[in-house]
Design a protein around this ligand. Structure first.
Ligand SMILES: Nc1nc2c(ncn2[C@@H]2O[C@H](COP(=O)(O)OP(=O)(O)OP(=O)(O)O)[C@@H](O)[C@H]2O)c(=O)[nH]1
Ligand SMILES: [K+]
Ligand SMILES: [Mg+2]
Length: 396
């Protein structure tokens, strides 16, 4: 029996099993098994082809955003052959409108057959927007180019799930299922669980909060299912059984996501209003240029990029050319942004006039691990010193 069949069998058994206290442990075991098979499905060496490998597109710029949407075939049941008269959701149209890259747009499905990168320039940041082929249901199990598409999505800092405002709501939930199946968790943070494997000592289990959605026995059952007999488990939030399995498997990606409904030019105001009020949702029309600026603004906010200015000795900060970093970035990342060779020889940096400097507006000496904040000014001469001359350092 192939992995896909095994997965199906477990899913069926889970659907048959009534959910109650008595079956909880058994269901936990089934979930663990299911997760393991799904992981297998994505392993590169599996029989079913080059799985888990995304499109070969170089990451560039300060962040990557991936466009995911269904192909038309899926959106309209009445179509069984590749259709020449019905359009898809408009991913390529969005790329062509927001970047200098043209991606072929056409009124038939599967127009885009590979990953096409474009660049959005905003607030001094360069955001890579990846146009991807439309996927069909079952993509995560290898249908169409689906697995390549969802694997590429895994490399993104933000996912835009692009939806056709004129089609049924079902598309959204089904896309979420496809992404979930490959280990992408949308708009979720990594569960606060500390898990350590040991070689001896049995299992120690601790939780700092009351668990209302799972319990120690279920977790021990799962650990046994994975043949983990020696480990420390410390749970620090009210997690579910699935959260625990995610941390155990360890390859999950927690990625923010925006739901983008395109073609609002073709629906009523009432319908549009309802969609726009849904959380994490933006309504646009690529064709009529509606709300595209707002979409980019929201993308920027979701990416939570931090802009850091550098300042040469005796000069004003260079406000025209900030370094953009992910939230939580450190002085070391700034060094890498200025020049790769700087960090290894680095002694300390100066944060000038920044929000993250305690003594603002004066300069503050900080270590390589110091976290920078948006609009910090980092003294460039200090970075460029890179440990060669202490004299120069103290004279700044
Ligand atoms: N009414 C309307 N049509 C649009 C809009 N945006 C795009 N379209 C049309 O939708 C069709 C499909 O657009 P594409 O950009 O090729 O869609 P895609 O999602 O890239 O499609 P595939 O690459 O085939 O998966 C084209 O005929 C576009 O003109 C919009 O805002 N409103
Ligand atoms: K198309
Ligand atoms: Mg396309």
């Amino acid at each position: 029996m192939g992995v896909v069949e095994k997965i199906k069998e477990i899913e069926e058994e889970m659907a048959r099993t009534q959910k109650n206290k008595a079956t909880e442990y058994h269901l936990g075991l089934l979930k663990a098994k299911l997760a393991r098979y799904r992981a297998q499905l994505l392993e590169p060496a599996s029989k079913s082809g080059p799985a888990g490998v995304g499109f070969d597109v170089q990451k560039s710029g300060d962040a990557r955003v991936a466009l995911i949407g269904f192909a038309l075939r899926f959106l309209d049941d009445s179509i069984s052959e590749p259709s020449l008269s019905f359009p898809s959701v408009g991913k390529s149209t969005l790329l062509s409108k927001t970047t200098h890259t043209a991606s072929e747009v056409a009124s038939y499905e599967f127009t885009t057959l590979t990953a096409i990168p474009g660049v959005i320039e905003y607030q001094g940041a360069r955001i890579q927007l990846l146009d991807l082929p439309g996927i069909v249901e079952g993509a995560s199990q290898g249908r169409g180019r689906g697995r390549q598409v969802v694997s590429t999505a895994k490399t993104a800092d933000l996912i835009l799930i692009m939806l056709d405002a004129t089609k049924s709501e079902e598309q959204r939930r089904l896309l979420e299922i496809e992404l979930d199946a490959v280990g992408i968790r949308l708009n979720k943070h990594k569960p606060d669980i500390v898990f350590k494997r040991r070689t001896t000592g049995g299992i120690t289990f601790n939780s700092t909060v009351k668990l209302t959605q799972t319990d120690e026995k279920t977790i021990r059952t799962i650990l046994a299912g994975y043949k983990l007999h020696n480990c420390d488990v410390m749970i620090r939030e009210d997690i579910t059984t699935d959260d625990f399995i995610d941390v155990l498997i360890g390859t999950r990606k927690y990625i923010p996501c925006l739901y983008v409904y395109n073609k609002i030019d073709s629906i009523s105001l009432e319908q549009m209003d309802k969609l726009a009020r849904t959380p994490n949702t933006i309504v646009i029309s690529c064709e009529m240029d509606l709300n595209l600026d707002y979409l980019i603004e929201r993308m920027w906010a979701e990416l939570a990029l931090v802009k850091v200015y550098t300042k040469k000795r005796g000069a004003h900060p260079d406000l025209s050319d900030p370094i953009c970093l992910r939230k939580g970035a450190t002085i070391e990342d700034v060094c890498n942004g200025v020049h790769r060779s700087l960090a290894p020889n680095f002694r300390y940096g100066l944060v000038w006039w920044g929000k993250s400097s305690k003594f603002s507006p004066h300069a503050q000496k900080v270590s390589l691990q110091h976290q920078v904040q948006d609009e910090d000014v980092v003294s460039r001469s200090m970075i460029e010193l890179n440990g060669q001359s202490r004299m120069k350092a103290t004279s700044i």
